[in-house]
Write a protein that binds this ligand. Structure first.
Ligand SMILES: [Zn+2]
Length: 114
């Protein structure tokens, strides 16, 4: 997940200011804006629009810096091997192969009968 560091512990970036909407029925309602609030100078986000906003912000590179994760620190996506015959999932290709040979031997031409 992208991680941003600010020189200000409680830095707030306004993505979209709050605005007042006048509604004939409800009267004046306040539509909350979108803000990015750093906590202890750190903000982590997975939202691509927030990442884009921060990277394009005028304070980026001046007050705000992106922390690059050290190689190998990023969590690895778990790989799942799915059986194309029945949709069962396995953690390794070996387990999937074993399953196919055992359960779907007739489909892979291991047996000839009739
Ligand atoms: Zn299967």
């Amino acid at each position: 997940m992208p991680r941003f560091i600010s020189r200000y512990a409680n830095h707030v970036l306004v993505m979209k200011p709050a605005r007042k909407v006048i509604d004939e029925v409800e009267g004046i309602t306040i539509v909350p804006g979108r803000r990015i609030q750093f906590v202890d100078g750190v903000y982590e986000t997975d939202r691509s629009e927030e990442v884009k906003f921060i990277r394009n912000h005028r304070d980026f590179g001046v007050l705000i810096f992106e922390e690059k994760p050290a190689p190998g620190e990023e969590p690895q996506e778990p790989v799942v091997y799915t059986c194309q015959h029945c949709g069962k999932e396995f953690e390794s290709s070996q387990a999937l192969l074993r399953h196919v040979r055992k359960e779907h031997a007739d489909l892979i031409g291991g047996q000839t009968s009739g």
